[in-house]
Ligand binder design. Sequence first.
Ligand code: ADP
Ligand code: MG
Length: 322
Amino acid sequence: MLSEFDLIKQYFRRARAGHAILGIGDDCALLAPTPGMHTAISTDLLIEGRHFFAGADAGMLGHKSLAVNLSDLAAMGAKPVGFTLALSLPGADPEWLEAFSNGMFALADLHDCELIGGDTTRGPLAICITVFGEIAPGHALRRAAARAGHDIWISGTLGDARLALAGYWKEIALDAGALALAAPRMHLPTPRVELGRALAALPIAHAALDISDGLAGDLRHILDASKVGATLDIDALPAGPALAQQPLALRRRFTLAGGDDYELCFTAAAADRAAVLAAAGSAGTPVTRVGTIDAQPGLRLVDAAGEPVEMDVQGWDHFTGE
Ligand code: ADP
Ligand code: MG
C-alpha cells in the first residue's frame, strides 16, 4: 500500500524546473511574481456524485479538474503560472492515480502551468484545485465592465456538454453517434486561455466570464455587476456540432441554459469588432456575436427575425438544484 508521501512523490512531484522558486516538498511553495504584475487566483472544488459521475474516467477527471480552473483565469485574461491540488481519495489506487495525474499534467504542460503543492487525505473522492495566474494592472476582464451599446460575444460553441448529460440521464433519446460527438465537450472542456489573454491585451475594457452554469444565468452576473441589461439573439447562439443536429426547441434551450460549456462570454464596443476578430484569430478560437448590452435592465431574447421570444432560462444552482 502506497504511503501518502510515496503517492505524492510518485504521481505529483516532478523533476522539471518550472516557475516556482520552491515547489512540492516543503511547508509552502515559493513563487517569484513578475514585478509589476497582479496575481489572479481562483479555486474550484469538484465532488464525486455532484460534479462528476461516480466511476468517472480518471484521466478525463484530471483534465477537467484543471480545465475548469484554467477557464477562470481565461475569463479574467490572465496567464497561468501554477496551481495547487487538494485531493480527497477513498484509497491509493495506482491505476487511478497514474491516469488522473497524466490527464492533469497533459493540460498543465500545454499551458505551462506548474503544480506547486497541495494536500492529500483519505475520504470521499473530491478534487480541489487553486490556480495562480498573472495579469497586467488594469487589464483584467471584469464582470462590471459591460456598457450599453457593447456587443456580446461567445467563444466556440454551446450546449454539447448539456446534450451529453441529457443523453446519459436519458432525458432525451440520443443515438450513440450523437452521444460520442457531444461527450468530449462534457468530459474534456477546453479552457479558452489564449483568447482571454488576447482580449485582455487589447487597450479597451471588456467584461468577461466563463460559462459554467449556462449562458443566460451566467450573463446575468455581468448584467448585475455592470448595472445594465441585454438583448440576445437566441438563433445566433452557436450550437455544438452534436446539438446542431437536434430540433430547434432543444437547440435554443441547451445553447441558452446548458451548463459545463466553459466558453467565454465577453463584451466589446461595436467599434472594436475587427479587433475582437483579430484577437480571436490570433488565439485560434472562433467567436460569434450574439447580442447587445442595453441600458434597460433585464435579459430580452429575440429570434433571427428580431421578434421577442419568451423562455424560462435559469442557470444551474447547486443549492436550489434548479
Ligand atoms: P503539510 O503537513 O504541511 O500539510 P504535507 O505533508 O501535506 O504537508 O505535504 C507535503 C508536501 O507535498 C507539501 O509541499 C505539499 O504542498 C505537497 N503535496 C501534498 N499533497 C499534494 C498533492 N496532492 N499534489 C501536490 N503536492 C502535494
Ligand atoms: Mg498537508
